[in-house]
Design a protein around this ligand. Structure first.
Ligand code: UT7
Length: 325
């Protein structure tokens, strides 16, 4: 049966120049390199300069994806920016990215699903492509979380970083089987009853401020592993794919222990698990495309590889996606 698939045409990434080490943090709050590495796996994070906004990071990641793969701006029909740290409350960061890229047609919008934002945005882009509304879509996860961090709170300030990753998706013909190239299945979920475990203390309507991040880390951790595993299992079983068939598992990069526990639950060997959290920390919606871009750039992810993506974040939101590269 002939079907439309959303094929990955290119990936790109950008990390700001400034690096903050665990030792730097230990001069700001009561923490240590040893504690941060043992509990999270994080060694460094990148921090945007005062002149860099989420849109600047997004444009650089997009230009990387477009330039490396000779994709023309004129071919793009839509831009979706997944972010929790927009430049301004409005207009959407995506519209700024659209114009900075020189794109004069189509449409652009932001999507806010915190750390699951990239998988939500890929799901939206895939739906737009499969319904025939757009042919080519640019999906970006971009964050300047350093602007939302309470730098006096050791429970959270050691965990986050800034960065952006981008993916270009385009319509391609498939046979409707899991041998097709492109997105094969996605599942997204949310449950607002968990909203008080991970949130910002402010917001435009709530306090007319942006606020800072609050997290009940232990409880988020406990919930994360279960939800990540369930979403992944569902996305695989719906299309009859076994975890043994996967080439790579590319989870949200929040904490090495969450990644390891989820991989174990799914029966995946660590050799198939993409881990980049050690050198960019939790970049929320940017973390999955950053991890993907790193392994594509290194040549480790190859054409034809079967990729499982998995994310969970504030809301709670969570989801998984299966794609053949
Ligand atoms: O992306 C969205 C999803 N978010 C996440 O995935 C994050 C989920 N949670 C986590 O990653 C972990 O829960 C943390 C890394 C945040 C914390 O690790 P934990 O093993 O759950 O530690 P804990 O919260 O149980 O705290 C253990 C101890 C506490 O001290 P007491 O009460 O036992 O004396 C904390 O006060 O570690 C203390 N602590 C720290 N010590 C040194 C908390 N933060 C720090 C720190 N440095 N930065």
């Amino acid at each position: 049966m002939s079907v439309i698939r959303s094929k990955i045409l290119g990936v790109g990434s950008y990390l700001p120049e400034r690096v903050m080490t665990n030792d730097d943090l230990s001069k700001m709050v009561d923490t240590s390199d040893e504690w941060i590495v043992e509990r999270t796996g994080i060694k460094i994070r990148h921090i945007a300069s005062e002149y860099e906004m989420t849109s600047d990071l997004a444009v650089k990641a997009a230009q990387d994806a477009l330039g490396k793969n000779h994709i023309l701006i004129g071919d793009l029909d839509a831009v979706i920016v997944a972010t929790t740290t927009p430049d301004r409350t409005f207009p959407a960061t995506a519209t700024k990215v659209q114009t900075q890229l020189g794109m004069t047609r189509g449409f652009a919008f932001d999507l806010q699903a915190v750390c699951s934002g990239f998988l939500y945005a890929m799901t939206m882009a895939d739906s737009l492509i499969r319904s025939g509304q757009v042919k080519t879509a640019l999906v970006i996860g971009s964050e300047t979380l350093s602007r939302l961090v309470d730098w006096k709170d050791r429970n959270t300030c050691v965990l986050f970083g800034d960065g952006a990753g981008a993916v270009v998706l385009s319509a391609a013909q498939g046979d409707g089987t899991v041998e097709d190239t492109g997105i094969l299945n996605t599942k997204i979920f949310s449950d607002g009853s968990f909203g008080d475990l991970l949130y910002t203390t402010g917001g435009p309507s709530y306090s007319q401020t942006v606020g800072t991040i609050f997290m009940n880390g232990r409880e988020v951790f406990r919930q994360a592993v279960g939800k990540l595993a369930t979403a992944a299992e569902q996305v695989l079983s719906e299309v009859g794919v076994k975890s043994d068939d996967l080439s790579w598992f590319i989870p949200h990069q929040a904490n090495l222990r969450i990644i390891d526990s989820t991989a174990k639950k799914l029966g995946l060997p660590l050799s198939k698990v993409v881990v980049t959290v050690h050198h960019h920390a939790n970049t929320s919606a940017a973390s999955i495309p950053l991890a993907l871009a790193e392994k594509v750039n290194s040549g480790e992810i190859k054409k034809g590889d079967l990729l499982l993506f998995d994310a969970m974040g504030g809301g709670f939101t969570w989801g998984a996606m299966l794609a053949r590269f």
